[in-house]
Write a new protein. Structure first.
Length: 197
């Protein structure tokens, strides 16, 4: 069974913010593929939905913790390194510009508190991640670095600008496709394909 995790904050006020893009895209994937409605799992403090694509069973997880404690929702589902390798974590990445994505494996958190929590609590960093760029970019496509704690918090909790929405629609389609490829193939074959987009 493959596990797909969308990171974000659970309150409605965070919906459609940059920090919630992983959570929002897993929800749109659920709807697109007509998976079951979300069920709240009290023990893991997470929303769970199950379904199937390309003959593979999939569990979708949306932690109902706040972002920085995301790992608490995974400990009951990811108990071995083998299970970790079958778990795709989808989240926002401030090192990538809007419109960019990357499938990575066995990396450090890169300062992302949600990923940091997962690494700490499932006791391995050997899991695939689909990183979605949320950094502002120049007209030539160069990433504009957001620096300073206050500026970072303000940026990640902001909504996307109208000028970014076209790129966002394409990235949402790419995210759905990347999930499908990950489910169908192992993460190495998947990364060879999706990182060439």
């Amino acid at each position: 069974m493959k596990i797909i995790v969308g990171l974000g904050n659970p309150d409605d006020k965070y919906k459609n913010t940059r920090h919630n893009i992983g959570r929002d895209f897993v929800e749109s994937f659920r709807k697109k593929n007509k998976f079951e409605e979300w069920n709240f799992n009290k023990k893991s403090n997470a929303l769970i939905s199950k379904g199937e694509i390309v003959g593979e069973k999939i569990t979708l997880i949306l932690p109902q913790t706040y972002m920085n404690f995301s790992g608490k929702s995974l400990v009951d589902f990811v108990k071995t390194k083998k299970q970790a390798k079958e778990t795709l974590v989808i989240y926002d990445d401030l090192d990538l510009g809007v419109g960019k994505t990357k499938l990575s494996f066995n990396k450090n958190s890169g300062g992302h508190k949600g990923v940091e929590s997962i690494i700490k609590l499932i006791k391995t960093k050997e899991f695939p991640r689909w990183r979605i760029g949320i950094a502002p970019v120049t007209p030539s496509g160069k990433v504009k670095k957001v620096s300073g704690e206050d500026a970072v918090v303000k940026h990640v909790l902001s909504k996307f600008k109208p000028s970014e929405l076209d790129a966002l629609k394409q990235i949402e389609k790419n995210t759905h496709k990347a999930i499908e490829i990950f489910v169908e193939k192992d993460y190495l074959l998947a990364s060879n394909e999706v990182n060439s987009w």
